[in-house]
Design a binder for this molecule. Structure first.
Ligand SMILES: *Cc1c(COP(=O)(O)O)cnc(C)c1O
Length: 463
């Protein structure tokens, strides 16, 4: 399996090269040359596999340059860090099948991909004799999942910027209580956007990037997408088959379009078993307007109780755009140039019909999000986190009769306890792993929001 860029300006590369490259060097995103599809015999053979075995089977369709025994070891080690034997269990509550993706070390779905990515980086760097300094900015969830993915690993240092005192106390502790020698938390006196802008500028300094072998961990990395394909397959296999439904629908709380794009790849793999993909947005509903009206134009970021979805420009959107453009890199490149210049794209009637065949969509206001948490709790006793509630709201609005609905639960409610309390009048139950964070030793550097300050710090602590 070779990988190409959505902008068509690089020669095909291997999976390993794609993982190490992150963003394609021509500015595009990396994709498999051809999306795989499996036959019914393969689906049948997959039905009774445990999660790690299924992960190996699915991943090996996309990875042909890592020996199967090594891949198996990486996968098993990655998912042994989860606190549930099924890794991503399904939990039926009322009419919904909640796919719990929060059983990893930081209690959000990003662990599913970042545990694997951390182990992959370590494995590939050991083979090549290389080193990597990961640099990233976070508003909360990605930073802690990335830190837990690489803590204590050889040949990797990680530098994560978060806005000083502007992440939740739990999110701050999840990052700063990791005191491994290779982890550097930087609290920047400013906003998340300040941190993000600093990181962008540093990545644009190509000599600095090269000198320190800077690596990125955001969801433009193909390995993150492919790791997420697995749980769509896992859930679909559990709910379909003899005596059960033919097909299942998925509701996906969406920010950067990474998770729902993994669903798109999974449906291509098993178009029989995976039906409708319901793209759920909060008040930052750019992607819902795209699906319903063919209008992709950036607005102002609204602050909501589902902060990991407070995003206007979805970094993975270009991957879908490439398929919407009939796999034309020229058209995709032209679209992205137009978008960079104007901040908007409009799609014609034919394209709109294709988009609506690929996705359903619905956005949730703040009031609807909190009402969903409250109503769901009253009906079932189950506590949704605000991101998951956005997905459940959309899922219930778009559901088809007779088709099981899987709602992706992307975070544990205790991570967003304040919003949950506003909805149901009490704090969600605190898992032991979070309760134990208070009082632990912490390590964090508080810095001014200036490129030079951050560069000096990275330079002083880089591998
Ligand atoms: C990152 C995140 C999302 C959005 O996922 P995308 O892949 O960016 O669309 C949703 N919920 C939670 C809790 C997240 O951390």
């Amino acid at each position: 399996m070779k990988y190409i860029s959505t902008r068509g300006q690089i020669a095909p590369i291997s999976f390993t090269e794609a993982v190490m490259m992150g963003l394609a060097t021509d500015g595009g995103l990396l994709l498999p040359e051809k999306l795989p599809m499996v036959d019914s015999a393969t689906v049948a053979a997959w039905r009774n596999l445990a999660y790690p075995e299924l992960a190996c089977a699915v991943l090996s369709l996309f990875i042909d340059d890592i020996p199967p025994a090594d891949l198996k070891e990486l996968v098993h080690r990655s998912y042994s860090a989860f606190n549930h034997p099924e890794v991503t269990p399904l939990n039926q509550q009322g009419d919904c099948h909640i796919l719990e993706l929060f059983h990893g070390p930081t209690l959000a779905f990003k662990d599913v991909a970042l545990q694997l990515l951390g182990n992959l980086f370590e494995y590939l760097l050991r083979k090549s004799g290389g080193r990597m300094n990961i640099l990233g900015a976070t508003s909360g969830d990605t930073g802690s999942a990335a830190i837990y993915g690489v803590r204590g690993k050889e040949r990797i240092n990680i530098f994560i910027l978060h806005p000083y005192k502007r992440v939740s106390p739990i999110q701050e502790l999840q990052m700063t209580t990791v005191t491994d020698a290779n982890v550097f938390n930087m609290a920047v006196r400013g906003t998340f956007d300040d941190g993000q802008a600093i990181v962008k500028q540093i990545f644009n300094d190509l000599p600095f990037k090269e000198k320190h072998q800077l690596g990125a961990i955001n969801s433009i990395n193909w390995a993150r997408i492919v790791a997420q394909v697995v749980y769509y397959v896992y859930a679909a296999l559990k709910l379909t088959g003899e005596g059960r439904a033919a097909t299942v629908d998925f509701a996906v709380p969406t920010g950067n379009f990474g998770d729902i794009f993994a669903g798109y790849v999974a449906r291509h793999l098993m178009p029989g078993e995976i039906g409708q993909l319901i793209l759920a947005t909060n008040e930052n509903n750019l992607l819902t307007r795209f699906v319903l009206d063919g209008d992709y134009s950036v607005g102002k970021v609204a602050v909501t109780s589902s902060p990991s979805m407070d995003i206007q420009v979805a970094s993975n959107f270009e991957r879908y755009l490439y398929y919407l453009n009939g796999q034309s890199a020229e058209r995709t490149r032209a679209d992205m140039e137009r978008f960079a210049a104007s901040g908007s794209l409009h799609f014609d009637v034919a394209a709109q019909a294709r988009i609506r065949a690929d996705f359903a969509s619905q956005s949730a206001s703040e009031a609807e999000t909190l009402a969903t948490i409250r109503d769901f709790y009253q009906a079932t006793g189950y506590v949704l986190d605000p991101h998951t509630a956005v997905g459940v709201h959309a899922g219930l609005a778009c559901r088809r009769s007779g088709v099981p609905l899987v709602c992706l639960a992307t975070a544990h409610p205790a991570k967003f306890g304040e919003a949950v309390k506003r909805a149901i009048g009490r704090d969600p139950e605190m898992p032991a792993s979070l309760a134990g964070l208070a009082g632990k030793p912490t390590r964090c550097e508080v810095l001014d929001a200036a490129v030079a300050t951050v560069k000096t710090f990275v330079e002083g602590h880089a591998l």
